[in-house]
Ligand binder design. Structure first.
Ligand code: PXL
Length: 290
């Protein structure tokens, strides 16, 4: 660890769901624990996420977002990564596209998690226009990290619930690269239902890799955000894409195992907090305590 060097810095662009452990409430602690300085731009403020919880409040921050990145730009702050996720409106995808263009030359990683759909369906309030907007962001991404539903919606393919064949996964990755993404990590991938993880495709090398863990019963909210946040941190800590994919999947698996034992309501998110110290040690390539 070289403490004389500044930390890698990421701009995290997601909503704040006050309760429910997703978006910024997981991205910020994960990035910090992994030795990444996190700036943030909230896209919306909600009382809870929209996944299976009724009556949530929703404050759209579209009007502030251009002014936020333009202020950062005027200060000359370099961002090593820009990491975008859940958008509060389609217009926000245009504003963030402009931000990508404005920061591109000083940024080594633009990572886009479309965070708009799961299990074959759009999240509340979204439709095909959001798929188009997120596809335009993925087109500018160094790494696009959609789940298989996001991917199908952005490439105009029919959604399949899985499990998947290698040729299906390769084909989907290539379609996302055809949109313009340089590299793709496709989450929710598996060859059979006893496993779960992701595949990645590195466009330039045409290299395809998969990494799965054992599948934990149940489907918990926010795991996509946990996964993409760990991946972002890993890439900023100079791990390769396949290594990052492995760190992220192992971390999500451990979170799911703890959460399952606690019999938590699946809408309340996963216990990622107890995994952070060990994750930080791994990221800094220090021997983690047993
Ligand atoms: O985890 C994705 C996500 C992020 N933010 C909000 C959501 C969801 C998924 O439902 O509702 C507000």
């Amino acid at each position: 660890m070289n403490c004389a060097q500044r930390l890698p810095r990421a701009a995290a662009i997601h909503d704040i769901s006050g309760f429910g452990k997703c978006s910024l409430t997981v991205a910020l602690p994960i990035l910090s624990a992994c030795g990444v300085e996190a700036a943030c731009m909230p896209t919306a403020v909600l009382s809870t996420h929209t996944g299976g919880i009724k009556g949530y409040t929703f404050r759209d921050l579209t009007e502030d977002m251009r002014a936020i990145w333009q202020h950062w730009k005027s200060l000359g702050i370099p961002f090593d990564a820009i990491y975008s996720g859940y958008m509060g409106s389609v217009e926000q995808t245009e504003i963030i596209g402009e931000m990508f263009d404005a920061f591109r030359k000083d940024t080594k990683l633009i990572l886009v998690d479309p965070a708009m759909a799961d299990n074959g369906k759009f999240y509340a309030m979204f439709d095909a226009r959001m798929a188009q907007g997120q596809a335009a962001l993925c087109a500018r991404a160094d790494v696009a990290v959609p789940n298989l539903t996001d991917a199908a919606l952005m490439t105009g393919q029919e959604y399949h619930a899985g499990p998947y064949t290698e040729s299906y996964l390769r084909d989907m990755c290539r379609r996302l690269c055809d949109l313009g993404a340089k590299n793709v990590v496709l989450t929710g991938a598996r060859y059979h239902d006893g496993q779960l993880g992701a595949c990645c495709y590195q466009g330039e090398k045409e290299q395809f890799d998969v990494y799965f863990t054992q599948r934990v019963q149940g489907s918990y909210h926010g795991t996509g955000d946990v996964y993409a946040s760990v991946l972002t941190a890993a890439l900023l800590n100079d791990f390769s894409l396949p290594e990052g994919m492995q760190l992220a999947a192992d971390f999500v698996y451990e979170c799911l195992e703890r959460t399952r034992l606690q019999e938590t309501d699946s809408r309340y998110g996963v216990d990622f907090e107890r995994g952070l110290p060990r994750l930080g040690m791994k990221m800094m390539r220090m021997e983690a305590e047993k």
